[in-house]
Design a protein around this ligand. Structure first.
Ligand code: NI
Length: 248
């Protein structure tokens, strides 16, 4: 890897990055729950300022907040998932290949490779797994996801953007058609490496996975100008950032 980040970074180790990618899937739901808790300062004020007579009121708000958090999660997930193809399209279509086909060194991905990976996820990961959870629960283990499982030769960035947008639109149509209820989101499935996971966790991970790779694309593209920026390199966080998905 010809990365120019500080050499002591543990993220340079391929296995570490792979472990981190897997870990994301297990921790994202808990992180979302924590974020939801952190955006409840009003509740804490009500509780501490108004005294114990408001305890009942406080717990009622907590329950309501918890319910709306779950409902909003799915809506928020769909909102994000809907926008990713347009975001990538705006950034990458017709961009010079300097930006889209260069990577960070041997065995790393270009923006083009990331698009291929996202397409593969639409085909084999998210909705197929969601349907497996709903149909078989924990009794049927997900097929392992091949992170390199995409064919890139002979296609243009524009073709991959079109393919991704089309697949995402189909998948979101299927997701909406499922009319998932609260109890459905708690249904459990079995991941080949992580063990038992919920449908809610799977869907939240779908959205966070988009963001992970948007982050990665930004980093890979900025890497192309690591020398061109001269002394400003130290000011640019994206050139110091090493955390991202595993390339393998
Ligand atoms: Ni990924």
């Amino acid at each position: 890897m010809n990365r120019l980040e500080p050499s002591a970074s543990p993220y340079r180790d391929k296995n570490y990055k792979a472990a981190e990618h897997i870990q994301l899937k297990g921790t994202i739901y808990r992180n979302l729950a924590l974020a939801a808790f952190q955006r409840q300062p009003q509740m804490q004020e009500i509780s501490s300022d108004a005294g114990s007579s408001y305890n009942h009121h406080f717990s009622r708000i907590t329950v309501n907040e918890s319910r709306s958090m779950m409902e909003h999660n799915l809506q928020d997930t769909i909102s994000l998932l809907t926008r990713t193809p347009a975001a990538l399209n705006a950034l990458l279509r017709d961009l010079p290949e300097t930006w889209t086909f260069r990577n960070e060194g041997e065995n790393t991905w270009s923006a083009f490779d990331v698009l291929g990976h996202l397409i593969h996820g639409e085909r084999t990961d998210w909705m197929p797994r969601a349907k497996l959870v709903l149909e078989f629960g924990e009794t049927k283990t997900f097929e392992p996801f091949d992170r390199q499982g995409y064919i890139r030769h002979g296609k243009s960035v524009g073709q991959l953007l079109d393919e991704f947008a089309s697949l995402r639109s189909e998948n979101l149509g299927e997701l909406r058609a499922l009319n998932l209820r609260q109890e459905d989101l708690g249904r459990r499935g079995r991941h080949p490496a992580l063990g038992v996971v919920t449908l809610s966790e799977l869907l939240a991970t779908w959205a966070a996975h988009d963001l992970t790779h948007l982050h990665q694309i930004s980093r890979v593209m900025a890497h192309q100008y690591r020398e061109a920026v001269g002394p400003w390199r130290g000011y640019l966080g994206v050139l110091q950032c090493a955390s991202n998905s595993a390339p393998s």
